[in-house]
Every structure is written in C-alpha cells, then in structure tokens.
Write a protein that binds this ligand. Structure first.
Ligand SMILES: [Zn+2]
Ligand SMILES: [Zn+2]
Ligand SMILES: [Zn+2]
Length: 138
C-alpha cells in the first residue's frame, strides 16, 4: 500500500497525520482483510497506543467517512479494512471464519448500469457470501 498516497488523502480531507491514525493505518494495511475493533485495539496496544473507546470510534468514523477505510458489519460485529484493496468475502456460518475472495468484474458492469438506470453514483459496495467452509462441511 502506498503510504504517501493515503496520507495525502487524509490531508485533503482536512485531517492530520496523528500517531494513532498512523498506527491504525499501519495495522489495517499489514492485515489484508477485515479486522474487528476489538482486535484492532489489541494490536494498537502492542505498538504502545491505547486510545479509549470514543477516540477509536471517532478515528474509524473519520477514516471510513473519507473512504480510506471500509466498515463492514458481519453477524453484528463491526469490521474494518483498507478501502484500496477491493475484494469480497466468504463467511462461514459455523466457525465464523471470514476469508477473502477475488472480486468478479460483472459487478462493475452492474454499477455502470445502475448509474444509468437509477442516476445513482456508487462509491463502493460490499459483498459477502454466507455458507460453510471446507472444514465445516461434514
Ligand atoms: Zn476483506
Ligand atoms: Zn467453517
Ligand atoms: Zn466488488
């Protein structure tokens, strides 16, 4: 992930590059898929950052509002991941495993269709497939 590009983006949104912000982006970039707020807090602690709940809430709100980070709620839990690596998810209903799956380009076609038919400008979408992972199929 291009850090400078992301930082530039943040400045353009009127944000400062704080230690906490850097830490969150570093963690989310190292982890290539959804991370829950609880896990994010644990990982922040490891790099000696321990924001309280309202601080982290405000931070994630800022980053997701500006489309730098994506918030995704699955089975009632809020997860976050970087917005620049678009993909879809497989969610196992038994063990709750979430895995990444390549995005198929037919949705891009549909987005163009929606823009035309509904006059709706799409900036993002999320797609989760629910089912049973290989280990949970027996
Ligand atoms: Zn993901
Ligand atoms: Zn499973
Ligand atoms: Zn997609």
């Amino acid at each position: 992930m291009n850090k400078d590009y992301i930082y530039k983006n943040i400045r353009e949104c009127g944000g400062r590059i704080t230690k906490l912000r850097k830490g969150i982006l570093q963690i989310l970039s190292n982890d290539d898929c959804l991370i829950s707020q609880a896990d994010l807090l644990l990982k922040l602690k490891k790099i000696k950052l321990s924001p309280n709940r309202s601080t982290i809430f405000r931070e994630l709100l800022f980053l997701s509002k500006n489309n730098i980070v994506i918030k995704n709620t699955i089975s009632g839990i809020d997860y976050y991941e970087m917005a620049n690596d678009h993909h879809h998810h497989l969610v196992c209903l038994k063990c709750n495993l979430i895995s990444k799956v390549e995005a198929d380009d037919h949705l891009e076609k549909q987005e163009k269709q929606i823009l035309k038919n509904n006059k709706f400008i799409i900036i993002n979408h999320s797609l989760e497939f629910y089912g049973y992972c290989h280990n949970c199929q027996t």
